[in-house]
Design a protein around this ligand. Sequence first.
Ligand SMILES: [Zn+2]
Ligand SMILES: [Zn+2]
Length: 372
Amino acid sequence: MKFLRLLATVVCLALAPPPSALVSAFFLPNISSIPPSLLPNVSSAAWNAFRNFSGCHAGERRDGLAKLKKYFRYFGYIPDSPSNFTDDFDDALESAIKTYQRNFNLDPTGQLDDATLKQIVRPRCGNPDIVNGTTAMNSGKEALVNASHFHAVRHYTFFPGTPRWPDGQIDLTYAFLPDNQLADEAKAVFSRAFERWSAVTPLTFTATDSFAAADIKIGFFSGDHGDGEPFDGVLGTLAHAFSPPNGRFHLDRDEDWVVTGDVTASSVSTAIDLESVAVHEIGHLLGLGHSSVAGSIMYPTITSRTRKVELATDDIQGIQVLYGSNPNYNGSSSTTSPSQERESSDGGASRASGSRWAARAVVAVGLGTLLF
Ligand SMILES: [Zn+2]
Ligand SMILES: [Zn+2]
């Protein structure tokens, strides 16, 4: 399997028409012409085995359920639990499933029905949905919601304590981990993602070469990278980001990231749109938590070969509670305008090239618990 992936990557590299389109070995060029036999096998993706639990319900015992419990613990649905889970479908698991189902707008049956499992195995953000046992997503709001007014309820959420960048620090800088050696094309993707948030707030984002001094530090990592939140290879968790004013933004280097071209037309079933994930994680860097609105940027999951980069009304309302509106924002839910497109075309990326910094991205000492 590993070999096939490697082979596929090699083929990708060989087929890339203009060398300049290649950003690095972990970004996909235009891959539509790769023979299917050489493409990554999605069945190896992190959580696909969970599909075998279809129909499983309370009182049963199934091999591997302990792994599903770990999944739910990772995302906050089984709080304060020991790590030695059993394969029993117990009350804690049933409760976790019900809460998960409410958060993702599913029928809260407490059973592992197909709709629930389909959602569970979707690639997603590594940040938990529930922090310190409390959820601000759907399940935490239900008690407050009159069903007849459900659609009027705002779903955006914040981190506990509602951290945000302070008033005197709204002109933020960002930098890329020098070891990643990102090409300008990849840097421009992040620039466009930042622009979507600055279009609706007074915040500004400027690329800098000074990785150590930057407010926001962006890096691609494989597996364990020192902050207690290891990445898991293809699909599964895609990225995670810390709440303000921490500024750390980490992406899973093992994903098949798509930088340019139409991700929806990709022949690679594991292709993930970089800009879509970047827009989501920047929301975290600015103080937003996960939302239960499926169309929002801050919804926790994104399927492969999907592009979702436009801020939804829910996202805009949430970020403007924290920072207010951009004086030029006209109230449209669309965050793309011709002027923004023009501004982002140079992406600030050229300013970030030629970085000489050798500092490592992760300085984990004492920060592991600050993930939220
Ligand atoms: Zn997230
Ligand atoms: Zn990390």
